[in-house]
Design a protein around this ligand. Structure first.
Ligand SMILES: C[S@@+](CC[C@H](N)C(=O)[O-])C[C@H]1O[C@@H](n2cnc3c(N)ncnc32)[C@H](O)[C@@H]1O
Length: 384
């Protein structure tokens, strides 16, 4: 697919370049915030400390930097300001709005209203982690590390708090976000399995650093047993939703779990690999009231069984919410562009992509007119 063809077939790819985002994923986070108010400004739930897992090339970190550090207005805040503007124009009351009041049909994707006042927040701390190196971003502490490896945990804790002490662990982070995705193999079940392992690692890190009441947002592939994962998340969060931003293609199994109201389990320290064994706290109202037993299957998924043999394993369906206004760009549609439209280059090409070496080798081997030396040798032998 040529560059301008991709601009037509993927509105969010084009918009990301126009609005200076490193990846189209930025819109997914903005649309989730529009619905769930992730970056709440109001005390006491004000969001100032965030961990961005699987962050490269860095568009989610850009969103964090622009909203929290620079104080720009996107997502929920942009939408509220837009509504207030409409109300003022219409001479109606101005004040608190509910997301369901959106009559603009425009969503809050981006372009700053001219009047938007910058509201930077004090004491912001953002840590971004990825296996891949990431070009620097203002105000973001970056770490190249594997989120599935136990050694990443102390590194992250130190990055958040240089005075961190293993013996006196404090939970300080307001929000953990993870857009982790494995290199997709095309083998559906395998991809879903590897994705769920990334989700569990992200959840373990989140349970180590989140403050009570904190939030966790993570990419999930909607596979057959996704309701078991929801049931586990529900053990440690008050509210769990499944969000599908409008910028995520309807045809893709991708969605995001949005978990709010973290409730740390007393006297339990999660370790990487342990997220599957979240203890059921005595004080917590179980999702299902009957007595249960746990069984960890070969594929790593926990099944909760009721004493009553007739019952199904414990499963729980998270409420599904589409985020982003219905009249926002459709991620699956092709749009006609003006004849004089100039296709822009990517904002931040990958710094060290895994395919770089393969391309360099191919280039080194390439001969005249793009033929490889092997093909040239064959041609000479054949006399062609
Ligand atoms: C879809 S991209 C993230 C895009 C990013 N949120 C953004 O907005 O630019 C998925 C990322 O997950 C990272 N990843 C996959 N497995 C990982 C692991 N075990 N530890 C850390 N990062 C990982 C990949 O390197 C890749 O950069």
């Amino acid at each position: 697919m040529g560059k301008s063809s991709k601009d037509k077939r993927d509105a969010y790819y084009r918009l990301a370049k126009e609005q200076n985002w490193r990846a189209r994923s930025a819109f997914k986070l903005i649309q989730i915030d529009e619905q769930f108010d992730l970056f709440s400004y109001a005390e006491p739930s004000q969001c100032t400390r965030v961990v961005d897992l699987c962050a490269a090339p860095g568009s989610w970190s850009q969103v964090l930097s622009r909203i929290l550090i620079k104080g720009e207005s996107f997502g929920r805040r942009a939408w509220v300001e837009k509504m207030e503007g409409f109300r003022k124009q219409a001479g109606g009351p101005v004040g608190e709005n509910s997301k369901d009041d959106d009559v603009s049909g425009m969503g809050a994707l981006g372009v700053q209203p001219p009047s938007a006042e910058l509201k930077p927040r004090p004491n912001v701390k953002i840590v971004a982690i990825d296996l891949q190196p990431m070009a620097p971003l203002e105000g973001i502490i970056q770490m190249a590390a594997d989120i599935t490896h136990p050694s990443t945990v102390p590194l992250l804790m130190k990055a958040i708090d240089p005075d961190f002490d293993e013996r006196n662990q404090t939970h300080k982070v307001d929000l953990v976000i993870s857009d982790g995705a494995p290199d997709v193999t095309g083998l559906h079940d395998l991809d879903i399995y590897v994705q769920s392992q990334l989700l569990y690692s992200a959840l373990t890190l989140a349970m180590k650093v989140l403050r009570p009441g904190g939030k966790f947002v993570a990419k999930i592939f909607r596979g057959r047993n996704v309701d078991l994962i929801f049931a586990q998340l529900k053990l440690v969060f008050e509210r769990v939703h499944l969000a599908k931003p409008r910028s995520s293609r309807a045809s893709s199994v991708e969605a995001f779990v949005v978990c709010e109201g973290y409730r740390p389990v007393k006297d339990w320290t999660p370790e990487i690999g342990d997220a599957l064994n979240i203890p059921q706290r005595a004080s917590q109202q179980p999702v299902h009231s009957e007595a249960q037993t746990r069984h960890v299957r070969e594929d790593g998924i926990v099944e909760l069984h009721f004493e009553d043999e007739e019952s199904d394993p414990q499963r729980w369906i998270a409420p599904f919410l589409a985020c982003g206004d219905l009249s926002a760009w459709d991620a699956d549609a092709t749009y006609r562009l003006p004849a004089d439209y100039v296709s822009l280059p990517p904002v931040q090409p990958p710094t060290a992509p895994p395919y770089k070496e393969a391309i360099e080798r191919k280039r080194a081997e390439a001969g005249a007119y793009g033929k490889t030396k092997d093909r040239l040798r064959t041609s000479h032998r054949d006399g062609t």
